[in-house]
Design a protein around this ligand. Structure first.
Ligand code: GTP
Length: 662
């Protein structure tokens, strides 16, 4: 089954993989260097040997052509000497003399004799075509006449035949050394002189060419170049040098394209240059083939070596793998130490160091375990609830006291779980402070209501601090106190401070605080609130005749009835003795009158009895509103009090509205 790419990558990056890749890379680099070195050396060798070969070939060809040119010129000189005797006997005798030298036609394609003015006097074998043709305008004629030395012409087109040719010319001189004309031998460029060169082959594509000093091809294996000029000097500087008389070897381009090694030699008697060329591709081809074969074999060897190298590496690394397995076993607790049987000094040192570190680690772990046992005991026996959270606020640990307190058996809770147990009114502020503490690192100290398992509500005080080591936050530890009793006691004290213990209604202090609030609201928003003050009529006889307890009972009943008659949001108070007060926030005057009246009627229905005697009381009620202009509540109380007093004066059991309200 094929391995997934990640596994291949893991294998490649393993120690064995890296070593194997390294060896392979080294082998490839060595191979590349060997091939490069082989190419370099082979190129130098081939270049040197081929240059030597070309030098030799060029010299042989040049020597042979020089020999042939000299032989031909000598032949013509001999003919010129023999023609001197027949000169006086006329052109017909000259023609005969030429005909008598047929042997020269082995070397020349034609012979001619010209007089001192450049008129052809006799020719053979093209007697008729050349007879009388003027050659005085030809360079070779001028040169022979001027220097009176043998001369080989530049390539020319024959005046009679029109064929490309060169003319070998020697002067005809009389006894006094005066110029009498010349004897010329015509050599056609497509004739035998260069025939051997056409057939010459150096390797598969090497060849030789002959060029005149003026740069015209006399011989070239590609016939279309014959009688054409060589390219300009920039094309092949070596050839340009050779045309100026230089001899030597070098590298240059070919007319057919590509690069080649060239060798040049001079044929001095004819002022010609022999060039021998060998294309570089042809020279390098064997080396290239050899290197390709060598490279292929080396790669094959590398491929075959791969499994062997892999196996050898496995053998070499086996102790390391053994060490790795043993370390894993120590880590998993399956063995206590590593024990290697290897002669590798370094690995033995690693194993020894590991064993030493492992012993120290064991000691440290034992110490930690002891300390942990102490800590666990402290946490377990602590009556204070304790917890540990991670850095994001999830509880990792709760001690038994906290589990007992909250009733949540699971000692680990995610943040949203423990937040969910907090009273909804307190949850948001607790969360805000908790998040602030986590960000800022400041202690978390908060009291909130908390629902323990089963639904009972507790008041908890939680104090948590951040735990850090080396600047890194590990989490939070905290303590939890049950402050339910304290909070209830405080609440009771708060209630008692503002309530009348006999009736459970607000007392004067509690009532006045609410009255202050209502006045502030009135002054701020203009909301009208109404104050009712009333006093019991003829209460004293109940006390006097029925006793204080009966009076208390009457007060309690009145309190219940009054509280029932008003809205939940209204405030009812016993101001002291038999005086009561009602605050009706956001109440109209008409509503207030109706309420006062209903109170009067309800209370008069209350009866208490003692020894068969029924007792009732009535109310004298005074109604006044809170005014925006009131600076203090005493002003409103004064108005209501005055109205109540007026009700009392007017005969009791009635409601009097303060004039300001009426
Ligand atoms: N049982 C009882 N009586 C109280 C309490 N506080 C005050 N009293 C009595 O309430 C009575 C109030 O006196 P008054 O207002 O003069 O008596 P009254 O008979 O209602 O007189 P008028 O208001 O003029 O009708 C007194 O007898 C007080 O002793 C209390 O807490 N319990």
């Amino acid at each position: 089954m094929p391995l997934p790419p990640a596994m291949y990558m893991n294998r490649l990056l393993s120690l064995k993989g890296r070593l194997l890749s390294g060896l392979l890379m080294t082998w490839l680099v060595v191979l590349a260097l060997l091939l490069a070195f082989g190419w370099q050396s082979g190129t130098s060798l081939l270049e040197a040997s081929n240059r030597a070969h070309l030098r030799y070939e060029a010299r042989v060809i040049a020597d042979e052509l020089t020999d042939q040119v000299e032989t031909r010129l000598k032949g013509l000189q001999r003919l010129a000497g023999s023609l001197q005797a027949q000169q006086r006997q006329g052109a017909s005798r000259l023609g005969d003399a030429l005909r008598g030298n047929d042997a020269l036609l082995e070397w020349f394609d034609g012979l001619l004799v010209a007089d001192a003015e450049g008129a052809i006097q006799a020719a053979w074998p093209h007697r008729r075509r050349l007879q009388g043709v003027e050659i005085a305008d030809r360079d070779y004629f001028r040169s022979v006449r001027a220097f009176r030395r043998p001369h080989v012409s530049e390539p020319i087109r024959g005046k009679a035949s029109g064929a490309p040719q060169v003319l070998f010319a020697v002067p005809r001189l009389d006894e006094a050394g005066r110029f009498q004309g010349l004897v010329g031998g015509i050599v056609r460029l497509d004739s035998g002189l260069f025939g051997r060169l056409d057939r010459l082959r150096l390797g598969q594509e090497g060849f030789a060419a002959v060029i005149s000093a003026s740069g015209t091809f006399l011989s070239h294996p590609d016939r279309k170049h014959i009688f054409t000029d060589v390219p300009d000097a920039a094309f092949n500087p070596l050839l340009d040098l050779a045309l100026d008389g230089w001899e030597g070897e070098g590298q240059g381009p070919l007319l057919s394209g590509g690069d080649a090694y060239h060798a040049y030699r001079q044929i001095w008697p004819a002022d010609w240059v022999v060039g021998v060329a060998l294309p570089r591709d042809q020279v390098m081809a064997p080396l290239q083939r050899w290197l390709e074969r060598l490279g292929g074999k080396a790669l094959l060897v590398a491929a075959l070596m791969l499994p062997l190298t892999s196996w050898l590496l496995w053998l070499a690394l086996r102790p390391l793998f053994q060490l790795e397995r043993q370390i894993a076993a120590v880590g998993e607790g399956r063995r206590s130490r590593v024990a290697l049987s290897t002669r590798m000094q370094e690995l033995r040192q690693v194993a020894d160091t590991f064993n030493r570190v492992e012993v120290e680690r064991g000691k440290a772990l034992a110490q930690l375990k002891d300390r942990q046992a102490f800590l666990d005991a402290i946490l377990a026996s602590s009556p204070v609830g304790m917890f540990v959270t991670d850095t994001v606020g999830n509880i990792d640990f709760m001690n038994p006291a906290l589990v007992e307190l909250t009733g949540h058996a699971e000692a680990q809770q995610r943040q949203r779980e423990w937040l969910g147990h907090i009273h909804s009114d307190d949850r948001l502020s607790a969360l805000d402070l908790w998040q602030y503490s986590m960000v800022s690192g400041e202690d978390f100290l908060q009291q909130f209501r908390y629902y323990r398992q089963g639904g009972d509500q507790l008041w908890l005080e939680v104090h948590a601090s951040r735990v850090e080591t080396d600047g890194e936050t590990l989490g939070f530890v905290g303590t939890v106190k049950d402050i339910t009793a304290r909070r209830e006691e405080e609440a009771l004290r708060q209630w008692e401070a503002e309530h009348d213990p006999l009736t459970g209604l607000l007392n004067r202090r509690g009532f006045e605080r609410r009255l202050e609030e209502a006045l502030a609201d009135c002054r701020k928003t203009g909301t009208s609130s109404v104050l009712i003050l009333f006093d019991l009529d003829h209460f004293k006889p109940i006390n006097d005749q029925g006793g204080h307890a009966l009076g208390d009972e009457m007060l309690r009943r009145i309190a219940r009835v009054v509280a029932r008659e008003v809205r939940q949001s209204d405030h009812v108070a016993r101001q002291g003795g038999d005086e009561f007060a009602v605050l009706l926030p956001s109440c109209t005057h008409a509503q207030a009158s109706r309420i006062a009246e209903s109170l009067r009627e309800a209370v008069r229905e209350i009866t208490v009895s003692h020894r068969g005697q029924e007792y009732r009381v009535t109310l004298s009620l005074g109604v006044a509103s809170l005014e925006e202009t009131d600076q203090r509540i005493a002003e409103a109380i004064g108005r209501a009090d005055a109205a109540s007093y007026a009700a009392k004066r007017q005969g009791r059991d009635r409601v009097v509205i303060h004039p300001a309200l009426a």
